[in-house]
Ligand binder design. Structure first.
Ligand code: DC
Length: 235
């Protein structure tokens, strides 16, 4: 008798627009499964933050690309207990919170649209993803970085809901911010991320579309874990 093999869901790709909940959900799913959680948006944020810090003009594609090729990015378990999911070093300097500023939010989409920046980041992301037991989140994971992923999810939510989530996060961090400006920023980033010529944000044909509008993060995590179980049950 031939024994049926259990299907293992080793590589999980979660893509979706800004503030759709990818990081919260990805981190929780990874923790439940005992997998590595890898947020690829962080890499584009590091390049943007270091460029701003060194006064490299964001519009200077070749200088920004050179920086992306040279900067050494390290991800470590949290080195300080201040609410961080991990510690991020750029050339040895802790920039964990620097990458979350409004200046970075406002400049990261153009940086991530540069082909040379993307290829430098994609090589590193593939190397990490192909080791398996990983939940990788971003914009192009299911389409470009890891098209071989076992489970692909496209996580979405309405613009207003995503803006509300980002607005709340910023208020909790003590920032003075208007809801309308957060909404405008989200729309602007969506527009650049989905219309760029290299690896634009889009649902992979074989990704499962999940609209999280009106759902709590815990409910979304539950749904994703159900998808993993279902996939492994069907075999
Ligand atoms: O998910 P995030 O907001 O941290 O992403 C920051 C930016 O990086 C986002 O505007 C688009 C870009 N990005 C990308 O182009 N490809 C990825 N895989 C992840 C992020």
């Amino acid at each position: 008798m031939i024994k049926s093999m259990t299907k293992v869901t080793s590589i999980i790709a979660i893509d979706g627009p800004a503030a759709s909940g990818k990081s919260t959900v990805g981190a929780a799913v990874a923790e439940q499964l005992g997998y590595l959680y890898f947020d690829t948006g962080v890499m584009y944020r590091v390049v943007t933050s270091v460029a701003l810090d060194r006064s490299i003009p964001i519009a200077d594609e070749s200088a920004v690309t050179r920086l992306a090729e040279q900067v050494k990015i390290d991800f470590l378990p949290p080195t300080i207990s201040d609410g961080r999911q991990f510690t991020i070093l750029a050339d040895g300097r802790d920039i964990t919170w620097d990458i979350r500023t409004r200046a970075v939010d406002a400049n990261v989409s153009p940086v991530s649209a540069y082909a040379g920046v993307r290829s430098a980041m994609t090589v590193q992301q593939r190397r990490i993803g192909q080791q398996g037991h990983v939940v990788m989140v971003g914009r192009d994971i299911g389409t470009v970085v890891l098209p071989e992923a076992d489970l692909k999810i496209y996580l979405d939510a309405s613009e207003e809901e995503r803006a509300r989530r980002r607005y709340k996060e910023r208020l909790e961090r003590g920032e003075q911010v208007e809801f309308e400006s957060v909404l405008k920023e989200i729309r602007n980033r969506d527009q650049i991320d989905s219309s760029r010529s290299v690896a634009p944000l889009k649902k992979a044909d074989d990704a499962i579309y999940l609209d999280s509008t009106g759902m709590t993060a815990a409910q979304v995590v539950e749904r994703v874990l159900d998808m993993v179980k279902e996939r492994e049950r069907v075999g």
